[in-house]
Design a protein around this ligand. Sequence first.
Ligand SMILES: C[S@@+](CC[C@H](N)C(=O)[O-])C[C@H]1O[C@@H](n2cnc3c(N)ncnc32)[C@H](O)[C@@H]1O
Length: 261
Amino acid sequence: MEFEPTFSPEKKRNFENNEEWAVKELREGGEKSKELKALIDKKWKRHEKYLVGEGESASEVEDDELTLKELKEEMEKEKEEVYNRYLKDLELSEEDLEGKSILDLGCGEMAPFIQKLMEKDLEVELKGVDIDLDEDHLPEELEGVVEYANFEKEIPGDDYDYIFAYGSIFAYEWRDPESAILNAVEKLNTGGEIKIMPISEPVEGDIKPMEKQWNKMKSILEKAAEENNLTLEIKGVDFMISGNDEKNKDIWIRNLATLKK
Ligand SMILES: C[S@@+](CC[C@H](N)C(=O)[O-])C[C@H]1O[C@@H](n2cnc3c(N)ncnc32)[C@H](O)[C@@H]1O
């Protein structure tokens, strides 16, 4: 069904309160666009009812507007959460980032860390790459900053002071973490740091696949450090517990690996 609302003036006003953001999100196919489309469908169905005289109360329309507002607030909250998570887990302060050139490997389709960082009053040069993004439908502010790339094959740009990989480099069998790390090392400035998080280290329980990945990741990092004259620090950030009872629990540490040139 084509979306061509013909709202009554009162309803149109209500919709317009959020229209600018909602339309932008829909055009750009942002992460909330699916939910928005569902909302619009719902709104449209109500409106059709309204047109044929089955009516709907103004307060119901307001409920929908509130939901749109809530969605926007949710996005803002997510950006804030991701930003704080990066700083906390990668052990960084805003002062550390000031004046730096920063690359976010696997930044996510909406690059929430980069978006939030752009809102800050900091002098930073930013680049984000992800394999799962559509360059033709990026929000305007991310154009030229975020781009499509498979960092296991090639990393765009160079001379980065910080290269972050949060939740994006793993030693699964079908992945190539060694190439990802060596590609990043190549693009790192002297004095720069690559920060990879999390690197899971099993402590207790029967977590064989994790053990295999931990050993593989550790040896890749140690080899990369040795062959490229880097210092390597692997540091526990927090630990996780799963399982249903005391006897069968699994415990593992979430580590942060820092390679410094
Ligand atoms: C779990 S998400 C983490 C997103 C973000 N870094 C965060 O912490 O919120 C991992 C991201 O890495 C991206 N990614 C995984 N492998 C990649 C690769 N080889 N090249 C580029 N991006 C990759 C995925 O598409 C996904 O967006």
